[in-house]
Design a protein around this ligand. Sequence first.
Ligand SMILES: [Fe+2]
Ligand SMILES: [Fe+2]
Length: 296
Amino acid sequence: MNDNNRNSSDQPLADLDEWQDDVERRYPEPQDFNPTDPNKKKDQFRDYRADVRPSVKEFYRLNHIRQTVDFVRSKHAEYLPPNKREMSLWEATEVLDTLVDDSDPDTNVPQIEHALQTAESIREQGHPRWFILTGFIHDMGKMLCVFGEPQWAVVGDTFPVGCRFSDKIVFPEFFADNPDSKAPEYQTECGIYSPGCGLDNVLMSWGHDEYLYHVTKDYLPLEAQYMIRYHSFYPLHREGAYQHLLNEQDKKMLPWVKKFNPFDLYTKSHQRPDVQALMPFYQDLVAEFLPDKLKW
Ligand SMILES: [Fe+2]
Ligand SMILES: [Fe+2]
């Protein structure tokens, strides 16, 4: 997905998918393990940092120095509760599509295809309808781009602000230049939070996950809310960091977030979905759970 200022120094990624591609490289699909070359997977891990594209590295740098407590609070004040526009999910899909006008069709998968590929693989495995819907809508918070947010405030691995940044976050050294790294109250493991306070009480770096959670939370089961809200929280669901902030509900829901992740990461290269043929199923599914108009 492209955005308006793709070449400015503020917007280092050629498109938002460049971040997602990088995450896939960082966490290779387990089936990629080659039994005839058992060292392959190990090498991929060892080379990850060295091979990161400069544009992606710059994106992580901007994300890590600019996501502060003050920034997140300002975005909550601006966007929450969502009330900028009333749009159906389908209108939102169309608006998101306008962002891909100048994309390279050879390298860029339209957002609707990623949505359908994620949802269809969930469906193939016989999961419930709310789970399929979650796969279909999980990235629609990228609408933030349409509202003018820079890439580093739309995508990227998410992490708590207001406490010490974990060294399990990708490129943790960039946090040295985050102003919050100089605020004494944010330097302990729990920072402004208390142990076991629960993620709902934790300010997460601002992006498409947190935003879409607020747009859709009233219509989805708790499991789906967690999948949407924390699907980019790789430091937690892949690296096991921040356990000290979890409450009992978070611990119960974390397996669902983990269950969702492979559908998000590893379904891209599967065959391209027949959008027209699938539409009736998804129209019914969306109508079953979501109101005609959502507040964005
Ligand atoms: Fe996402
Ligand atoms: Fe996704």
